[in-house]
Design a binder for this molecule. Structure first.
Ligand code: COI
Length: 356
């Protein structure tokens, strides 16, 4: 049972929905659950606000912290819907297992998100590219300094209205010094530390005029993995190619999966395979590199205008026909404008039987 305490001072009236910056204003409520004595307890939704933390709390020292990112939109007739929450619930537990954290029951994960989104549905922005971004996360809360898996955790969910993550086509730098993920590591999970480790390379790339880095494999700096903020797709001679996630060094993106499904359904040839940066260079030289785009919950589908690798710049003078098509399709599904033929939308309508 989720205990609900509603805010007496909702803020959505004062929020400027015409000028949304990603993740800067939080919705009115948050979900919290505590893991104690081997079980999840004290499930509650409260007004959004600061936490009191013990300075020796383990997540602050050893980074035992994971998260998810998903989105809720409203269909054209006003029903709040969450995009593929069960797949996010599954991935949250894949992350939890790898980071020696307790799993959070998938039905409870979806129920908590549904209840929170239903309560804060006034925060869901309307229009293409706009959504309520939902951020579930789990942190280790044992207050002690020995290095071990914590016994206690907090699982929380907060929400923030979101517009476009990238306002225009971006420039990427293929990273040849730093690496993100090696085989056997944690590249395939949404661990907070993966993002912390990407910050310095991203800052250095920014100083050189790039928006993000494109990660290459840790052994040879040859095979493409993903971008710091999203998965990556290439269109080469009419074929859509994206790095395979089999080596467990790349995040199994939910938007990535949605794009593959949509494009295959529309008859496009899609390949998930090992893909080297040299192959992209060769395609660029041969004139067969037609599109590059990123995919992610935050980024949705983001076009890449330039990719630099060593001394080469692969410039895309492209209409981005496939990226535009798939982005439009995702937007239309989320807004209920086309049939939800893959059953990806989950209505966020309050079920009074579980709420007190
Ligand atoms: C997401 O797309 O949900 C992420 O976690 C990536 C981050 C850039 C916000």
């Amino acid at each position: 049972m989720i205990k609900i305490t509603k805010t007496s001072n909702p803020q959505y009236h004062d929020f400027d929905f015409s000028d949304i910056k990603f993740g800067q204003t939080m919705a009115d409520h948050m979900f919290i659950a505590d893991y104690e004595d081997g079980t999840w307890k004290n499930l509650r939704i409260e007004p959004y606000g600061p936490l009191t933390l013990d300075p020796s709390m383990m997540a602050l020292h050893y980074g035992q912290a994971i998260f998810e990112g998903m989105k809720a939109t409203k269909t054209y007739d006003g029903i709040p819907v969450i995009f593929r929450p069960h797949l996010h619930a599954e991935r949250f537990n894949i992350s939890a297992r790898r980071m020696a954290m307790p799993e959070f029951p998938e039905d409870l994960f979806v129920e908590a998100i549904k209840t929170l989104v239903a309560l804060d549905s006034n925060w869901i922005p309307r229009g293409d590219d706009a959504a309520l971004y939902i951020r579930p996360f789990m942190v280790a809360t044992d207050a002690q300094l020995g290095v071990r898996a914590s016994n206690n955790y907090k699982m929380m969910i907060i929400c923030a209205p979101a517009g476009k993550y990238y306002a225009k086509a971006i420039k990427l730098l293929a990273e040849t010094t730093y690496t993100r993920a090696a085989m056997g590591g944690i590249g395939f999970v949404k661990a907070a530390g993966n993002y912390a480790a990407s910050l310095l390379p991203a800052l250095e790339a920014k100083k050189k005029g790039y928006d993000q880095v494109l990660w290459l494999d840790a052994k040879e700096h040859k095979y493409i993995q993903e971008v710091g903020t999203m998965n990556i797709f290439f269109v080469i001679d009419g074929v859509v190619v994206t790095p395979s996630v089999d080596s467990k060094t790349t995040l199994r993106g939910v938007t990535r999966d949605s794009i593959i499904t949509i494009l295959k359904d529309k008859g496009y040839k899609v390949e998930e395979r090992r893909l080297s940066i040299e192959e992209i260079r060769d395609a660029s030289i041969a004139g067969t590199l037609q599109e590059i785009f990123g995919s992610g919950t935050a980024a949705v589908v983001s076009m890449v205008q330039d990719l630099s690798y060593k001394d080469d710049v692969f410039h895309l003078d492209s209409k981005f026909e496939i990226a535009t098509l798939v982005k439009k399709e995702i937007n239309m599904i989320r807004q209920g404008q086309v049939e939800d033929k893959f059953n990806w939308l989950y209505p966020a309508v309050m079920d009074n039987s579980i709420v007190r």
